[in-house]
Design a protein around this ligand. Structure first.
Ligand code: AMP
Length: 215
């Protein structure tokens, strides 16, 4: 299964990708996660990318295309992958097409998660992640037992730097201008499936499996 999860920040791509990863035993390839790891490791690429990420802007195409090109050639991607947060621009989508053609592979589907903008802001501002085990929480929709502390490992819950309100507005604007054209791009290629991303998590997963013709 070779899939793209498309949708604005906060649409639930990461959550759904993890559920699909368990179901199909294929990796989630999240450019956001790869970039955050590079930032945490203070690599040259990470330090440069951080400036764009903190501003709510997109990291230059050639950087993320290079990341994905390398990642898709790793052995765990042989049977498939779930792209989460890539592509985000038309040049990235064109580059992905070339990379996959070079590997003799085709996409099976592009699933677009649709969520209203005001819901996205509420989801993103309340999002917290455990600094220890990486588990996600939400201050309102999925709060931990003790505020600021991970239920699973007792780690400290942190807010992503780019999940602050001003940056969120910028990220949503960037999505509208640079990423949303991909909906038509993939519709024209007859790969697009749309799912109501406002439904509860399990229902969204059910709809995704349904549109992939897997129950
Ligand atoms: P995400 O976790 O997918 O919301 O990504 C966090 C940030 O990483 C984005 O706001 C961008 O700055 C950067 N980023 C992630 N994926 C891409 C991409 N495909 N193209 C450009 N920038 C990206």
């Amino acid at each position: 299964m070779k899939l793209i999860l498309l949708g604005p920040p906060g649409a639930g791509k990461g959550t759904q990708a993890k559920m699909l990863m368990d179901r199909f035993r294929i990796p989630q390839v999240s450019t956001g996660d790869i970039l955050r790891a590079a930032v945490a490791n203070r690599t040259a690429m990470g330090l440069k990318a951080k400036e764009y990420m903190d501003a709510g802007a997109l990291v230059p195409d050639e950087v993320v295309i290079g990341i994905v090109r390398d990642r898709l050639q790793e052995s765990d991607c042989v049977l498939g992958f779930i792209l989460d947060g890539f592509p985000r621009t038309v040049p990235q989508a064109d580059a992905l097409r070339e990379v996959l053609a070079g590997l003799g592979k085709d996409l099976d589907a592009v699933v677009s998660l649709e969520v209203d903008a005001d819901v996205l802001v509420e989801r993103l501002t309340g999002r917290r992640t455990c600094g220890g085990c990486g588990r996600g929480f939400h201050v309102r929709f999925d709060p931990p037992g003790v505020a600021g502390v991970c239920d699973a490992c007792g780690g400290v819950l942190i807010q992503r730097d780019d999940d602050r309100e001003e940056t969120i507005r910028q990220r949503l604007q960037v999505y509208g201008a640079q990423t949303s054209p991909l909906v038509d791009y993939y519709r024209r290629q007859e790969l697009l499936r749309t799912v109501d991303g406002m439904a509860p998590m399990d229902e969204v997963q059910r709809q995704i499996l349904h549109c992939l013709s897997v129950q």
